[in-house]
Design a protein around this ligand. Sequence first.
Ligand SMILES: [Zn+2]
Length: 160
Amino acid sequence: MFNNILICEGYAISGYEWDSSKVDPLKYYNANSYFLIDSAAYDWNYCLWGYPSLSSVSITNEDVWVEPDDFGETGWSGIFIAWETEGYNYLYCYIFINTYEIMYYSNDEIKSVIAHEFGHCWGLAHVYTNNLMNPSDFDRFSNYVYSPKDDDVDGVGSIY
Ligand SMILES: [Zn+2]
């Protein structure tokens, strides 16, 4: 009699994902050897118990390019671009972090921005709850969301 209970999940997925051969591990290039990028990746790996996982590489022709740079007053602190896709599979993507907009952010807050973009990289879309995939920096920071929450992890777990 309880078979028809609908479980409402908070996470939302974009519909895009990496082929399973790519996520064991998914390789990212840390363009300016910025330590908070590796720190955000570490947080995801810790929460995902090793699968899927992110691994930093030193050569540039990899799956995910992560670059902190001064893009000026754009209104965004981080942006995710699926550069190339094949159907609903990512082939190559960019994460840009705007050092101008994060100038006064704490390390935890910057890590939250980077981890949010890694969430898009996994195939997560935005949610408006207290999770990493909330697009508002203000909302995340005022709720101390600096790393993946259970709902974010569930979302990735539903994809891979
Ligand atoms: Zn976003």
